[in-house]
Design a protein around this ligand. Structure first.
Ligand SMILES: *Cc1c(COP(=O)(O)O)cnc(C)c1O
Length: 446
């Protein structure tokens, strides 16, 4: 008997059975499968490894690579700002703007009128400032970067006063004390976890105080014997007050909607923080603002200019695609037109409309029924912001299996009370047909 490794197929032979990826990747998959087969035969010459097994292994590798490619999925979880699913989807105008600016040269840092060098902050940043009544604004990579940059630029080697109730961790990895340490500022904690009064801040204020920082505790809520000091009271103390509002709700009266949604509760608005006397406000672009990933710094012109000049600003700057999309979002707000922002379209869709879509989606699908649900605003933020919604529930003895069958069709749903639930609020109506097809196929395939 000869060496069984000699019986293995050539790379070219395996390749004839592979498709769906660039040739170079298929070759790598074929080589990896062959190497693995050779290794197994070296360990055990009697191992059942032939051409069919190598081809099957190579195909699995191709499928593994293909399924990892970045692509759209259908969010039927009911979580509007789902961090793992890319947070806010962009509207057509924002996408068009990104495509037009990204597919050409642009006036990103160039003033066409005079032929002078311009600044990338003259577009989206300046418009968002106007939308909130701020003197100036800039946009950077994300809100974590905005906070880091602002602290580094305004308070390095100096003191920043923060309430112990606001030393929070948000999402995976944004921890206020750590960001402050990275920025080179000295954290001065005041008050207690549940109560911090004006006198606590007054007592900590010194010549070394560069800023008072307030952080919206986005992802948790304290109830009971609590007290915090509003921006309006802190604004009179002397040092500039910087507020990290997080979600990017531009105005808590939501003038871009017919009616303020009650589920917003007391979510703070950027405009209101500025009106209360905040010198600087930071927030995310892709949470309740409904735009691309970005961090926005708005406020006093002198402070914003200092932030923009800091060397770190270069390291965290936003790209032209982001700035183009963000500009479109700012223009939509300035137009008072929330229908151009998918996040607000989805958040405010009426229950009747959702119910009608759910009926059409559930019709004819085994074990499917229309149910009332609660959607939520978002992925590790805005706790307690539940939005009444409607979904399709699928009764099944094995919810996790059905969930997996839906995922294989790029539909992400959730399990609730032992049923698989697809919340219609986070599904674009243009995708209803796709959702229906996926439900039909997944319920039949099990
Ligand atoms: C979400 C959030 C952040 C982090 O923002 P990213 O844009 O994800 O970097 C920081 N602070 C607050 C209060 C937040 O809610």
């Amino acid at each position: 008997m000869g060496d069984p490794r000699r019986a293995l197929p050539a790379v070219e032979r395996v390749l004839t059975d592979l498709q769906g990826l660039p040739h170079g990747l298929l070759v790598q998959c074929a080589r990896e499968a062959l190497e693995d087969a050779r290794r197994r035969l070296t360990e055990d010459p009697a191992a059942p490894v032939g051409t069919a097994e190598v081809v099957a292994d190579a195909r699995r590798r191709v499928e593994g690579l293909r399924s990892g490619l970045l692509r759209p999925v259908l969010n039927a979880t009911g979580v509007l700002v789902h961090t793992n699913l890319g947070r806010a989807p962009l509207g057509d105008d924002a996408l068009d703007a990104a495509a037009r600016v990204g597919g050409a040269y642009s006036n990103l840092e160039y003033r066409v009128g005079t032929g002078e060098r311009g600044s990338r902050h003259e577009h989206a940043g300046a418009l968002l400032a106007r939308a909130c009544g701020a003197e100036a604004g800039i946009a950077v990579n994300n809100n974590a970067a905005a906070v880091l940059l602002a602290l580094a630029a305004l308070a390095r080697d100096r003191e920043v006063i923060v309430s112990r109730g606001e030393l929070v961790e948000i999402g995976g990895g944004f921890r206020v004390p750590e960001i402050m340490a990275e920025s080179g500022t000295r954290l001065v904690e005041v008050g207690t976890t549940n109560r911090t009064r004006l006198a606590d801040y007054t007592g900590a204020r010194r010549a070394e105080t560069a800023l008072i920082l307030k952080v919206h505790a986005s992802n948790y809520r304290m109830i009971g014997f609590t007290e915090s000091t509003p921006v309006s009271e802190l604004a009179g103390l002397g040092p500039p007050v910087m507020v990290d509002v997080g979600s990017g709700l531009l105005d808590d009266t939501t003038p871009w909607l017919d009616q303020r949604p009650s589920w917003l509760h007391d979510e703070p608005g950027v405009r209101q923080a500025l009106e209360a006397g905040a010198a600087l406000v930071t927030f995310s672009g892709d949470k309740l603002l409904g735009g691309p990933q970005a961090g926005v710094v708005l406020g006093r012109a002198d402070l914003v200019a200092t932030v923009a000049r800091h060397p770190l600003a270069r390291a965290v700057r936003a790209d032209k695609l982001t700035l183009a999309a963000l500009q479109a979002v700012a223009l939509a707000y300035l137009d008072g037109d929330a229908t151009r922002i998918p996040l607000w379209r989805m958040a405010t869709a009426s229950l009747d409309e959702l119910a009608a879509r759910a009926e059409r989606t559930a019709a004819g699908i085994d074990g499917a029924k229309v149910v009332d649900t609660q959607a939520v605003a978002g992925g590790g933020s805005l706790p307690g912001l539940t939005i009444p919604s409607v979904g399709v529930a699928l009764d099944t003895p094995a919810p996790d299996e059905l969930l997996a069958a839906l995922r294989r069709r790029d539909v992400v749903a959730r399990v609730e009370s032992d049923a698989v639930l697809c919340d219609l609020r986070t599904v674009d109506p243009r995708d209803d047909e796709r959702l229906r097809d996926a439900l039909a196929a997944a319920t039949m395939s099990r």
